[in-house]
Design a binder for this molecule. Structure first.
Ligand SMILES: Nc1ncnc2c1ncn2[C@@H]1O[C@H](COP(=O)(O)OP(=O)(O)OP(=O)(O)O)[C@@H](O)[C@H]1O
Ligand SMILES: [Mg+2]
Length: 321
């Protein structure tokens, strides 16, 4: 079997399981299929996700449910101004009886890490986490420790609270594959949510559907999803157009192009399709590229937002047939 045929078989086999995973997530987070899809795209592409939304829309629930569905470990860190890098990655501690130091692992040693209100910690602490995210390891006093695999970070920010925060610089936002919101559920979904929680917590009913090891295999299989050259060129035309767009002071970098390529593969995979369609690229341009561009001051003052500008860019690029 050639590579493409092999990938097709693999994607088909995982398709059913992914559908079950989406259903399980959807039973807990109601009326939010798009948010669930973006989360899975981030996870399956081996990336990390930044969720910008107001309190109470299900961010914690989403991270916990994800960990359960893949039978993975989960931990949460609340970021605050006095949080130190060692509070996340761990530190050497003295064992008085043995008279020697041993490494005490921080909460980052987990499969799913919820980093709540990441913009409330000092830049130094933020960068300790971001470094762990990009390297999948931490180094303390010259010794390197591997993080568990898979390793996935869901970081949150409240979009309406900037007082006393340290906004992540663009170079660090780049470490997140996807930036997304969740949003309020529809009236109908919210009503279903009320009754689903009347006596029980639906989170307690979530059963593991796959293991972390199987997730790692799926992540590897995502890279075999085919991207035909016309679709690759289409993706790059969108990237190139962001560099010409008058509302953008800074367009998408080659790293951003790679991110969109990989995310598009993951979206196809989540849909059980062994090849990327232009649709995957279009749907992900906003969530993958929006935080990798900088608006001009004029665009910002006139109330434009990066995702909207990216959407304009996409609509101006000819779609391959
Ligand atoms: N779309 C939804 N479907 C089902 N339940 C929801 C939805 N949105 C929120 N909830 C429920 O609302 C409650 C609060 O959710 P959760 O704690 O996950 O919010 P959060 O975004 O993490 O809030 P915070 O910013 O305060 O940490 C939970 O019981 C959660 O299940
Ligand atoms: Mg929460």
């Amino acid at each position: 079997m050639n590579d493409v045929a092999h990938a097709a078989t693999r994607v088909g086999a995982d398709g059913e399981r992914l559908a079950a995973i989406r259903t399980a997530l959807g039973a807990v987070i109601q009326g939010k299929p798009d948010a669930i899809e973006l989360l899975l795209v981030g996870v399956l592409a081996g990336g990390h996700v930044l969720v910008e939304d107001v309190p109470g829309v299900g961010k914690t629930t989403l991270a916990k449910t994800l960990a359960r569905v893949f039978a993975m470990s989960y931990s949460r860190v609340q970021f605050t101004p006095d949080l130190l890098p060692a509070d996340i990655i761990g530190a050497q501690v003295l064992d008085p009886r043995a008279g020697s130091f041993s490494f005490h692992k921080g909460p980052v040693f987990t499969n799913v890490l919820l980093a709540d209100e990441i913009n409330r910690a000092s830049p130094r602490t933020q960068s300790a986490l971001l470094e762990a995210m990009s390297e999948a390891q931490v180094t303390v006093d010259g010794v390197t420790y591997e993080l568990p695999r898979p390793f996935f970070v869901l970081a949150t920010q409240n979009p309406n609270e900037y007082a006393g925060t340290y906004p992540l610089p663009e170079a660090q936002l780049d470490r997140f594959l996807v930036r997304m919101g969740i949003g309020y559920p529809s009236a109908e979904a919210e009503l279903a949510m009320l009754y689903a929680r009347q006596r029980v917590d639906p989170l307690d009913a979530v059963k593991p559907i796959a293991t972390g090891e199987e997730l790692a295999q799926m992540q590897a299989a995502v890279r075999d999803v085919e991207v035909k050259p016309p679709v690759g060129r289409y993706l790059l035309s969108i990237v190139a157009a962001t560099r010409q767009q008058k509302d953008l002071a800074l367009g998408v970098s080659p790293r951003g192009a790679i991110a969109l390529f990989r995310a598009a593969q993951a979206r196809a995979y989540v849909a059980g399709r062994p090849w990327v369609s232009p649709d995957d690229v279009q749907a992900l341009a906003g969530p993958v590229l929006g935080h990798r561009v900088a608006l001009t001051p004029e665009a910002r003052y006139s109330g434009r937002d990066a995702e909207l500008v990216i959407r304009d860019v996409v609509s101006g690029v000819r779609v391959p047939l």
